[in-house]
Design a protein around this ligand. Structure first.
Ligand code: NAD
Length: 292
């Protein structure tokens, strides 16, 4: 079994980012990322903190906007308008989920598609569906695809089964895998909460991707001998034996399936390491693509 770890692959992405940043600097340009955080959800705060820290490390211009959960939709839209108009900002990310009274779809649609480094604006989703490489690909699915490419796992002609159909992960990864670009051309099946006979479907996968959000949901009966397993899930479960009292696990029961897999990503230390790397790469590309 080969363990596909996220860190060395994320480091390759960061190396390329540093080269691109140097080249842009010589042209008098500095990529800028704005991250908007609404409310004080601890997990969201931690994600936003990590993004900000990585920007500082790489030398990107970083703006962190934090507002209380009580913000109105109009106030949030006006923040987006200001960021759209700000020439020092090339990428805008609104940390999800937003508090319930806010309409996240409207917020995403308000972001200038050329600054939508999260790749969730309908314009970028359509570009992905149309095999147009000039759009932005959402960071987590983009990270999964990069892990496969860098690990030498060619998906062309293979059967990829993605469990989960969210736009953020499952549906987008399915589009990427069936797309005509590098790391695509797979035969893709998307399974979800209404899928019948899930083990039968997942057993037919050459490459199985779990993006479900239920700890250890896929076990021995779901995984075929010799398959590749990509576990996108990040779930916190109670672990009284640890100092913290909890730990992170994936959607796959790693210990139950690892010995039968050709390759598998761990949680933590797998796909999770890729998301911020892809966000940085998307922000740099947004800067490169800006005219002038
Ligand atoms: P989501 O809740 O939006 O979607 C979950 C999907 O799982 C749904 O499409 C649903 O149909 C499917 N599902 C639910 N129950 C099922 C069942 N019984 N059988 C088959 N399918 C079922 O979640 P999401 O945003 O797509 O995230 C999925 C997981 O990925 C979560 O654990 C999340 O924390 C993790 N995640 C990780 C990263 C990262 O950086 N690695 C980023 C985003 C999400």
């Amino acid at each position: 079994m080969k363990l596909i770890e996220g860190k060395p692959i994320a480091d390759l992405v960061y190396e390329k980012c540093l080269q691109d940043i140097e080249r842009l600097k010589a042209e008098g340009k500095q990529p800028g990322l704005a991250v908007v955080l609404i409310g004080d959800d601890p997990a969201s705060k931690a994600y936003v903190g990590s993004k900000d820290k990585k920007c500082q490390e790489l030398g990107l211009h970083s703006v962190k906007i934090e507002k209380p959960a009580e913000i109105t939709q109009e106030e949030l839209l006006s923040i987006i308008d200001d960021l759209n108009a700000d020439d020092a900002i090339h990428g805008i990310l609104v940390q999800m989920p937003l508090p319930k009274h806010l309409d996240s779809e409207e917020v995403i649609k308000r972001i200038d598609p050329a600054k939508d480094v999260d790749g969730l604006h309908p314009y970028n989703v359509a570009k992905l569906a149309m095999d147009d490489p000039t759009g932005f690909v959402p960071c987590t699915p983009g990270g999964c695809q990069r892990m496969l490419i860098e690990s030498g796992i060619d998906v062309e002609g293979k059967h990829v089964v993605v469990v989960g159909r969210s736009l953020l992960v499952g549906k987008t990864l399915a589009l990427l895998m069936m797309g005509k670009g590098e790391g695509g051309n797979a035969t893709v099946t998307v399974a979800h909460s209404r899928t019948r006979n899930l083990p039968e479907v997942t057993q037919s996968a050459d490459i199985l991707v779990a993006a479900i959000g239920i700890p250890h949901f896929l076990g021995d009966e779901h995984v075929r001998d010799g398959s590749v397993v990509i576990d996108v899930g990040i779930n916190r479960i109670d672990a009284p034996e640890t100092a913290k009292g909890s730990r992170l696990v994936g959607d796959v029961d790693f210990d139950a399936v690892k010995d039968k897999c050709e390759a598998i990503t761990p949680v933590p230390g797998g796909v999770g390491r890729m998301t911020i790397a892809m966000l940085m790469a998307n922000t740099i590309r947004a800067c490169e693509m800006r005219e002038g």
